[in-house]
Design a protein around this ligand. Structure first.
Ligand code: NAP
Length: 257
């Protein structure tokens, strides 16, 4: 557990399920006060209940990350509940599959809006509160897909996850004067509700291609996010951590032995 997270106010987007829920649970276990942001009430309320029943502090605010008005209300709710905002985990994202030959403008725009424009919107809206914090932190959930690897059906998704990294590099320079850091975690294949929708064949194929021979857990990503949000990582900004069980390393199946 990272002691410096105790008492911090943390807003995690896309925290009703999957990686975001794992991040929210990790911070709550470390003594932080967490605001869960997601669109749907029922799964969000269940995530809050899970954290509270483990002794943590969590609340829900339903909002769409690509909607500026709804996100402003979420930040206001966080300040009202916890007195400020120290850490933004910009995690919400979607990964619908669409082959390039038939991809529509609408499919492209939806992925770009929810994955990239929302990162800009959330950081900008949180900025006034992060500036008031003693150690403002932003942790973005990117991916290995796009910045390092490719996967059929995810041209738009890969582009969106690469764009997030371009964003943090300039943001890190601009936010440095406020002592705010911004970094990204790049997960490999992490067992979440979203990934389970890809089907058992996909999951089985993926785990044999990973040197550590298993898909990642949401806790694996939470651990990296919590490090980047900690006091101990205060001199790290504009950087990325790949958390993928070594998946990007093999040159070929032969390398897997
Ligand atoms: P997931 O299981 O599908 O969960 C997605 C979460 O985001 C849910 O809480 C969902 O709740 C929320 N969400 C989706 N669209 C939203 C919107 N417009 N506004 C607010 N909340 C929204 O996904 P996941 O697998 O945990 O992925 C989370 C992040 O990790 C994404 O950015 C993804 O690109 C990244 N990632 C995942 C993997 C992986 O292997 N799973 C690998 C690399 C990167 P609502 O539907 O209620 O809004």
């Amino acid at each position: 557990m990272i002691a410096s997270l105790n008492g911090l106010s943390v807003l995690v987007t896309g925290a009703s399920k999957g990686i975001g829920k794992g991040i929210a649970k990790g911070f709550a276990d470390a003594g932080a006060k967490v605001l869960i942001v997601a669109r749907h009430e029922s799964s969000g309320a269940a995530a809050v209940e899970e954290i509270r029943s483990a002794g943590g502090t969590a609340n829900l605010c339903c909002a769409d990350v690509s909607n500026r008005k709804e996100m402003s209300a979420a930040v206001a709710r966080c300040v009202e509940l916890y007195g400020g905002l120290d850490v933004l985990c910009a995690n919400a994202g979607i990964f619908p599959s669409a082959e390039l030959e038939s991809m529509t403008d609408e499919q492209w725009d939806e992925v770009m809006n929810i994955n990239v424009k929302s990162t800009f919107i959330c950081v900008q809206i949180c900025l006034p509160e992060l500036k008031k914090s003693q150690a403002g932190r932003v942790v973005v959930t990117s991916s290995i897909t796009g910045p390092i690897t490719g996967f059929p059906g995810w041209a738009h998704y890969g582009a969106s996850k690469s764009a997030q990294l371009g964003f943090i590099r300039t943001a890190a320079i601009e936010l440095g004067k406020y002592q705010i850091t911004i970094n990204a975690v790049m997960p490999g294949n992490i067992l979440t509700e979203g990934l389970e929708n890809m089907g058992q064949d996909y999951l089985a194929q993926m785990s044999v291609s990973i040197p550590l021979k298993r898909l990642g857990s949401t806790q694996d990503i939470a651990n990296a996010a919590m490090f980047l949000a900690s006091k101990e990582a205060g001199y790290v900004t504009g950087q990325t951590i790949v958390v993928d069980g070594g998946q990007v390393l093999p040159e070929s199946l032969e390398a897997m032995g």
